[in-house]
Design a protein around this ligand. Structure first.
Ligand code: S3P
Length: 735
């Protein structure tokens, strides 16, 4: 890459880069200049450089690359000293933590910044310093920011970029100004605080006695106060503006926390701490290369499930997704603290939780399924700082549409690729009739959804054209703020968790036949919620235990709300052996333990009345049908085409791949029972499709590989572990 490289300064960063050049044979000759003769003799001793010079001008003679690796305030004097010794084609780069002052130093010395001057900053320091602290892998998987100017030579820029890539770094570019703003906040401010805290404490205690009691927290917080003072002295002066403004906003934050402590305002204190804790976790995931809610935008997961096995034992599947969403929503809008247990810590419900945190609600947890929500009342939500991102979750987006339509502030909601294809006009239309200003996107009325605040809503009478609990709930929730009565009639019964939970929070909701009424202007009072296990997650084990030989499982504490038990009705109609044990009521929701044993299933014509009651369970029921004797026919289920994927097409494709005669129809499917084979199927990022094909392996005669399974975490975070424990031969590969 280079004939001769000259380092000016050979501390931690400079010597680490020199090690990279040496180890990868990127330079024939490496020389350095340093103010410290000892640095040069050490570097010569360890063979890092071929020659050392006290005078920088001598070092750069004939060099094709000059790396400025000394404290940033020396940039101008160094450039002035070497200017006349540089060869015409030389590339100059630097490694400083500030870019504005480095660029203006170059401008002062050269008149205009040379085209082959490439300002760069590897973000890979440590509190250690000196030539012996350098490491060849210091930059491995770290970021290097290059801040080219408009006239910077593209070829030189590329070469510097390649050099850093060889060091294992990820190279980014940004403007000089942006770099200094960002680094002021993320690096310079923390160093300033660490130095300042240690100095303050050191002054207070003349004999430094208190440091003897300083444990992990102090050590972690102040590690960077051990860094090189001359380097940081220069950085603080060089990025004065950025640092002072970061310090101002930090001081305001400290002031907020201080006032909350003075006022004993627990909500405010917990608000700051819980938001910070979540942001810190977020940040840890980002550093680990995984996204916040792990599956969103992360690597693809593949399930590989060996044929055979069985299911045995007592299993508790995670909390109900629909109820978990609603617990956060109503808990946030209630007065007082709502305590939730059994909360589903899946990504969909976490997306709702995050949305309310973004709107200023203090939420503790979730920790082992426990959440404490400090309700802000019906008029206490605050404008979120950004668009609300709800990931894969249709329930979040549709129910929130109702809530947000009644707020004083504007909002935008966005989602992942799958949610961005799903219909949102079905909820926007009735809300508009109530007076909401809500806009969906594109011809198909999909996300993003934008909502204008400050609209006075009025109650409407609405005959729902589709049986959808999400639409019903969105309209009902808007009805909390509407003037007068909101009356909704549904074409078929859908899950009624919203109605039940509103009553649990002390709000009157009337249900007469298929009509539900709610009057605006009341209030919600905090309560305790015990979320039962999700029947939609239990369904995979109901089907699995039915089709596997010698299976016997008890699914514990499963919600058996009558609007959700379609899967039990259908499996029983097919000859399934399901027994409900210990039927009881928990917080307004019926619950039971469900025993399921192997059975000889037969094909049936599925009763259309069961369709809305089993709407999420058809992917697994299609597997049951594939293992049944005879033909199963599903009609009246066109809704399946607009779920997390087109569940009719995607399931039919997968079943056909596995050798089953499955014929998709516009509103359902016709499946001939047969022998499932092995093969590779695609879930299209749909959690329920992925889990259904995993369970299918129990009756297949070959291994089933399922692509695109990361979204299983949206509703069933520990599916693989639980299923494996019960006997499914499942492996997960990161691809
Ligand atoms: C849900 C309702 C159903 C269901 C979804 C959750 C809810 O959707 O498919 O998983 O929590 O209200 P639709 O209401 O769109 O049928």
């Amino acid at each position: 890459m280079f004939n001769k490289v000259a380092f000016i300064g050979l501390g931690l960063i400079g010597s680490s880069l020199a090690r990279v050049l040496r180890a990868n044979h990127l330079a024939q000759t490496i020389v350095a200049s340093s103010r410290s003769p000892r640095t040069l003799s050490l570097a010569l001793d360890i063979g890092l450089i071929d020659a050392g010079y006290a005078d920088a001008a001598e070092a750069v003679l004939d060099a094709d690359l000059v790396v400025l690796a000394m404290p940033v305030c020396a940039t101008q004097s160094v450039l002035a000293a070497i200017k006349d010794s540089l060869k015409a084609s030389v590339i100059i780069t630097d490694v400083g933590s500030t870019k504005g002052n480095v660029v203006s130093a170059a401008e002062t010395v050269f008149g205009i910044v040379p085209t082959r001057f490439i300002p760069a900053h590897p973000i890979a320091g440590s509190e250690q310093s000196g030539v012996l602290a350098g490491k060849v892998d210091l930059f491995d998987r770290h970021k290097v920011i290059i801040t080219p100017l408009p006239h910077t030579d593209a070829e030189a820029c590329l070469l510097i970029q390649q050099m850093w890539q060889v060091a294992g770094a990820e190279v980014l570019t940004m403007t000089v100004q942006r770099h200094d703003e960002v680094l002021a906040k993320t690096s310079h401010l923390p160093h300033l605080l660490a130095f300042s805290l240690v100095d303050t404490l050191a002054r207070e205690s003349q004999n430094l006695d208190i440091f003897r009691f300083a444990a992990g927290g102090f050590r972690d917080f102040t590690r960077i106060a051990g860094s090189d003072p001359s380097m940081w002295h220069d950085i603080f002066l060089a990025n004065e503006q950025g640092i002072l403004s970061a310090l101002d906003s930090f001081s305001q934050g400290v002031e907020r926390l201080k006032s909350a402590i003075v006022a004993h305002d627990s909500d405010a204190i917990l608000g700051i701490l819980t938001r910070a804790q979540v942001a810190r976790h977020h940040f840890t995931h980002m550093l680990a290369g995984t996204a916040y809610q792990k599956t969103m935008n992360t690597k693809n997961l593949q399930f590989v499930v060996e044929a055979g096995g069985t299911l045995q034992g007592n299993l508790r599947v995670p909390g109900d997704k629909s109820i978990s969403h609603r617990s956060i929503m109503l808990g946030s809008l209630a007065e007082g603290v709502t305590e939730v247990t059994g909360f589903l810590e899946g990504e969909d419900a976490l997306a709702t939780l995050q949305a309310f945190r973004d709107m200023g609600v203090v939420i503790e947890g979730p920790k082992n399924g426990e959440v404490r929500i400090h309700g802000v009342g019906l008029h206490g939500l605050q404008a979120p700082p950004n668009a609300l991102y709800v990931g894969n979750s249709g329930t979040s987006m549709r129910l929130l549409s109702g809530i947000l339509s009644a707020q004083k502030f504007d909002t935008v909601m966005t989602g992942d690729a799958s949610l961005s294809k799903r219909p949102m006009e079905r909820i926007a239309k009735p809300l508009r009739q109530m007076g909401a200003m809500i806009q969906t996107t594109g011809e198909k009325g999909t996300p993003p959804v934008s909502i204008k605040g400050n609209q006075a809503l009025k109650g409407i009478t609405y005959d729902m054209p589709v049986a959808s609990a999400q639409v019903k709930s969105g309209v009902l929730l808007a009805g909390l703020w509407a003037e007068g009565e909101t009356v909704i009639t549904e074409p078929a019964p859908t899950r009624d968790h919203s109605e039940r939970m509103l009553r649990g929070f002390g709000y009157k909701v009337k249900t007469e036949g298929s009509t539900i009424r709610i009057q605006g202007g009341g209030k919600l009072t905090a309560t305790k919620i015990d979320v039962p296990a999700d029947i939609s997650s239990a369904a995979f084990f109901m089907v699995g235990a039915s089709i596997a030989p010698n299976a016997d499982v008890v699914l514990e504490h499963v919600g058996i709300n009558p609007t959700r038990i379609g899967v039990i009705n259908i499996l029983r109609a097919m000859g399934g052996d399901l027994t409900l044990l210990n039927e009881r009521e928990v917080g307004g929701e019926p619950v039971a333990d469900i025993r399921v044993r192997s059975a000889k299933l037969k094909g049936i014509q599925i009763n259309e009345a069961d369709v809305p009651l089993a709407i999420d369970e058809f992917p697994s029921l299609f597997i049951a049908a594939a293992c049944a004797e005879g033909t199963t026919v599903l009609t009246g289920a066109e809704e399946l085409r607009v779920k997390e994927s087109d569940r009719i097409q995607v399931m039919a494709d997968g079943l056909i791949t596995l050798g089953i005669d499955a014929q998709p129809t516009p509103d359902g499917m016709i499946i001939q029972g047969g022998q499932l084979g092995g093969g590779k199927v695609v879930s299209h990022g749909d959690h329920r499709i992925a889990m259904s094909f995993a369970i299918a392996a129990l009756r297949a005669n070959g291994t089933i590989e399922i692509e695109d399974c990361a979204n299983v975490a949206t509703s069933f975070p520990l599916f693989v572990e639980l299923a494996r424990g019960a006997g499914l031969k499942i492996k997960v590969l990161e691809v």
